[in-house]
Design a protein around this ligand. Sequence first.
Ligand code: GLN
Length: 488
Amino acid sequence: MELYNLTIHELNDLLKKKEVTVREIAESVFSRIDDVEDKVRAYACLSADKAFEQAKKADMLIRDNTDFSALNGIPVAIKDNMCTEGIQTTCASRILQDFRPPYTASVIEKLNSRGYLHTGMTNMDEFAMGSSTENSSYRVTKNPWDITRVPGGSSGGSAAAVAAGECIAALGSDTGGSIRQPAALCGVVGLKPTYGRVSRYGLVAFASSLDQIGPLTKDVTDCAIMLKAISGHDPADSTSAAISVPDYQAVLGRDIKGIKLGIPGEYFISGMDPSVDRSVREAIKVFERLGAVIEDISLPHTEYAVAAYYIIATAEASSNLARYDGVKYGYRTKDADNLLEMYMKTRDEGFGSEVKRRIMLGTYVLSAGYYDAYYRKAQQVRTLIKRDFDKAFEKVDAILTPTTPTPAFSIGEKTQDPLQMYLSDIFTISVNLAGIPAISIPCGFTEGELPVGLQILGKHFDEERILQAAYAYEQSTEWHKRRAKIRG
Ligand code: GLN
């Protein structure tokens, strides 16, 4: 098997035995990029020189027997909204074109101290607003399983890069589903950590009460390795929690006999794709065979989640995006006669239409006279959604749902209908509103060979439990071993 097709832990085993060098791993991944990137278009920009430079150091540490830790020498792709000093970070937006941050995100510092190789920045929906990567100002990323379809979004570039073997693992960000939904659509593993588990210092803010950074990987073991590497309190981010980080790999392999798993009726809706419904129900049976106790539960406020999210997220975005005014950094219009015109033209020319729609919505729901009717109401609904989960977790240890209502849809299918696009996050959004962790893992394929994702939701700071359950399922199935053929 080609090196680019392997996982972090498989490559680490080979490095420990000195059967491969980091340079060979990097060569394998970059020659794979040469072969398929034209079709997949996962990257916003590549960093081969930096990666080979980092590879030299990683190889030296291995030669001297000083660093065999899991991420030393592993090629990782980074979503284009995490800052690395000197490396172009644009959020796939014209308004940040050519922006080179003067500082590095804490998650990247952490990966750096563990010896990762930076393959490049991955494509995304502009400012992480979208579910298909079609809102990128660069280009549309394609789904490696069928290049006529979307990879999901907004971390579509990261998910596609992992699925296509154009990196070994990747980082994404998730505000309403942007790690889990593309992971499901591309047949990889994606985890949104608990709010506060991972530092957001250096992540370009979209909706600050919802955003989290998390890993996209080929299997659950790699997910545990990446999560451990990026988690923990950071004095530079006051929303990161001062709670110790467990060794996530240590729980993998513990059996799940007697573990209680809740199935919420509200997540099995009419209109759901039959093959998604079938795959998820079969997955539930696998858990039952493994000794889990399956219980029906109810999350009654689920139907209000999308509406509440599009008020809260847009309100926060309208405030966060006010900083892009063309003054200190990023794009500035070429012709303006006065300051006000400069602001207006810069923002008009710099932002794409979905971002403008969100800024307008967010400004509206926060404006005097509408604040109570929309923003305050949405916050109240958010509390009810969180209480639904609190109540459910009194009865069960984790919750199983589909990650998305349908498999990957066709490019262009939903671009004219924002509401249809918003509804593709119907099963992922509540998790962000409640701040709990959730993972998406592959659980089957449609007749058309498109991947289906299973979502496992856990209690606050109980990533261990969802990883344990995900691993048990993964070990008794073969889905995670399939690799995309890049067809279409
Ligand atoms: N698709 C959702 C949105 O457009 C979620 C995006 C995200 O998680 N960043 O807002």
